[in-house]
Design a binder for this molecule. Structure first.
Ligand code: HEM
Ligand code: HEM
Length: 159
C-alpha cells in the first residue's frame, strides 16, 4: 500500500501547483504569441503586445520553477516512492514522472529557441506542449483514481 503519511516538502508542493497554473495559463493564452510569430515568419513586423510578453515570461517562469524544483528535490529529498504492489505500475509511475520532468524543460526551451534564437522549433514546441498536456491528464487521472477509488490518500503526498 501507499505510504500516505510521507509527503513532499512544502516548497516542492508549492512549485508543483504553481507550475500547473503557469502551464494552464500559457496553454490558454498562446494566440497572441502564435500571431506575432507568424508575422515574423512572413517577414512582417510583429505586434509585441503584453500578451506576447506574458507568454514568454510565464513560460520562462516554468523553466525557472523546474530548475529550482530539481535543485530542491536533491537538497530536501522526496518521500520514498510508495510501492503499489504491482512492479509494472510502479515503473509506469516513475516513467511518467521522468517524462513530465523532461517535457517541463523541453516545452519552454523549444519556445525560447524559436522566439529568441530564430530556430525553427515552433513545431516541436507545439508537439511537446500537446504531449505534456496529454500526460498531465493521464497523471492527474491516475492520482485521482488512487485517492478516490483505491482510497490510499495519494493526493495528500502533494498537498
Ligand atoms: C512553458 C510553458 C509554455 C506553454 C504551455 C506554451 C504553450 C504554447 C501553445 C499552446 C502555443 C500555440 C501552439 C499552436 O498554435 O498550436 C505556443 C506557441 C508558441 N510559443 Fe509557447 N508555451 C510555453 C512557453 C513558451 C516560451 C518560454 C516561449 C518563448 C519565450 C514560447 C514561445 C512560443 C512561440 C514563438 C510560439 C509560436 C510557435 C509557432 O507557431 O510555430 N512559448 N506555445
Ligand atoms: C501540468 C501539470 C502537471 C505536471 C507537469 C505534474 C508533474 C509532476 C511530477 C514531475 C511529479 C513527480 C514529483 C517528484 O517525484 O519529484 C508529480 C507528482 C504528483 N502529482 Fe503532478 N503534475 C501535474 C498536474 C497534477 C495534477 C492536476 C494532479 C492532481 C490531480 C497532480 C498530482 C500529483 C501527485 C499526487 C503527485 C505525487 C505522486 C506520488 O508521490 O506518487 N499533478 N507531478
Amino acid at each position: 500500500m501507499r505510504d500516505a503519511t510521507s509527503r513532499y516538502a512544502r516548497p516542492l508542493v508549492a512549485i508543483h501547483w504553481l507550475t500547473l497554473l503557469f502551464i494552464a495559463f500559457n496553454y490558454l493564452f498562446s494566440d497572441a504569441m502564435s500571431h506575432a510569430y507568424r508575422a515574423i515568419e512572413r517577414g512582417r513586423s510583429a505586434d509585441i503586445t503584453t500578451a506576447v510578453q506574458m507568454h514568454a515570461y510565464v513560460g520562462i517562469g516554468v523553466l525557472v520553477l523546474v530548475a529550482l524544483r530539481v535543485f530542491l528535490r536533491v537538497i530536501l529529498g522526496a518521500p520514498a516512492a510508495a510501492e503499489s504492489g504491482n512492479a509494472l505500475m510502479d515503473m509506469a509511475a516513475k516513467a511518467m514522472h521522468l517524462a513530465l520532468y523532461a517535457l517541463l524543460f523541453i516545452v519552454p526551451l523549444t519556445g525560447m529557441a524559436t522566439w529568441y534564437a530564430g530556430l525553427k522549433l515552433g513545431g516541436l514546441h507545439q508537439l511537446s506542449v500537446n504531449l505534456i498536456i496529454f500526460l498531465a491528464f493521464a497523471h492527474a487521472a491516475a492520482g485521482l483514481y488512487h485517492h478516490y477509488m483505491l482510497k490510499d490518500g495519494l493526493l495528500r503526498r502533494m498537498t
